[in-house]
Design a protein around this ligand. Structure first.
Ligand SMILES: [Zn+2]
Length: 248
């Protein structure tokens, strides 16, 4: 019979006590997560995953730390819109694939960013530019910078390949519904909300509706799991997503 200690390599024994060293656990890591959606299994998101079609595309320029945060909402966009591209931002070495896509004439990329600084005022466009791009046969692309506010500013300022692109600020009265991180202001939307709102304003209403519902399902599932609460009756958003599932 192997003793319980056989599971531990010598490196895991605390030399001070001779006992197995306790693993360091990050906050929340005691929760068992689903391999499919990375949410706590208590309220897994997988049953609600549905795809939608959109004319416009979303490309995410993601700060590397953001990839590891289970509360990240940028990843929800790729679940819904299959054409979504995700690039990890590196200050010194831009992603070669991103550079190639930016040079591709089929796309009309817009970098989504507030127009609160005067030095790039000449690059600022409205959502009408997205409609015009569609009319000219191009695929509009919303480039979303996914990170904290500080990280986003840095990425916007330190990425020369973004300097030539039109800047599209999101104009909306919508307030955030995100419950997993405390926003500095209700006007600060999370990444999935920004994408949904841009899609809606740019005419991709169906994709916007699905992404909004999927974000709501994520939000409700995660918030409930944090309180060890099992959602028994699907929310309205969840029910709309279930109704979209292809019948077996
Ligand atoms: Zn899952």
């Amino acid at each position: 019979m192997p003793s319980p200690l056989d599971n531990h390599t010598p490196a895991e024994i605390d030399p001070a006590t001779g006992h197995p060293r306790r693993e360091f656990k990050a906050r929340g890591s005691f929760v068992e997560r689903c391999e499919g959606c990375n949410l706590p299994v208590l309220n897994c998101l997988c049953p609600y995953k549905v795809t939608a079609e959109s004319e416009a595309q979303v490309w995410l320029l993601t700060h590397r730390i953001e990839h590891y945060k289970p509360t990240n909402t940028g990843r929800l966009i790729g679940d819904v819109l299959a054409q979504t591209e995700v690039f990890t931002w590196h200050r010194t070495e831009p992603d070669a694939r991103l550079l190639a896509l930016l040079a591709d004439e089929r796309f009309a990329p817009f970098v989504v960013f507030p127009d609160d600084q005067p030095d790039y005022a000449d690059r600022v466009v409205s959502i009408d530019a997205v409609t015009q791009a569609k009319a000219s046969g191009k695929t509009p692309v919303y480039i979303l910078i996914d990170g904290t506010w500080r990280q986003a500013r840095r990425i916007f300022r330190k990425s020369p390949y973004l300097d030539a692109l039109p800047v599209l600020p999101l104009r909306t009265e919508r307030e955030t519904r995100y419950r997993l991180r405390k926003p500095a202001s209700k006007a600060h939307l999370c990444t999935a909300e920004v994408a949904a709102e841009l899609l809606r304003q740019g005419g991709d209403v169906d994709a916007a509706d699905v992404l909004d519902d999927y974000f709501d399902a994520f939000n409700a599932s995660y918030a409930a799991s944090r309180k060890y609460h099992k959602i028994k009756t699907p929310t309205d958003a969840m029910q709309r997503l279930l109704a979209r599932q292809p019948t077996q």
